[in-house]
Design a protein around this ligand. Sequence first.
Ligand code: SF4
Length: 180
Amino acid sequence: MRSDEGVRFATIWLSGCAGCHMSFLDQDELLLELAKKVLVVYSPLVDEKEFPDEVDVTIVEGAVGNEEQLALIRKARASTGILISMGDCAVTGNVTALRNAWENGDEAVLRRAYLELVETAPQIPNEVPALLKKAYPLHEVVKVDYFIPGCPPDASRINYVLTELLEGREPEMEGRSKFG
Ligand code: SF4
């Protein structure tokens, strides 16, 4: 998995609140150990616009909620060796999937956000990516290799999974896996 420049590593932020990425950053000084082993090739934490080819490990926050995210996660899956679902939104849909309770949840969300709650010039924007009919947990859209549940997952749990994988070991999630 590792090249001369380190393991090619990416993080993706889909429909989530950024809490999972905050938890990722909460690894604190352990991030320095991680940084010795990886080359970050794509992330909201770096200024890279296109998901690259040949990525070893990608960790993903959030459910798949719109067309742009669907295209990104498909590209990421095609280009990534190990894909990790990070946090309850990615693993189950969680908060993001609350709109799935309505038959036309995509329209209901847009109407509530851009028409009903807006006092000045209410209008539904057409410049933003179209919402999917439903918000999907990652594994309903692409194959997922590892799951780290939690809202957000503990930094220690994220660090454990990444450390094990980077050392070529299988993470053992029994007793470490927890929703909410
Ligand atoms: S799992 Fe929780 S912390 Fe992570 S993106 Fe979803 S709501 Fe935010």
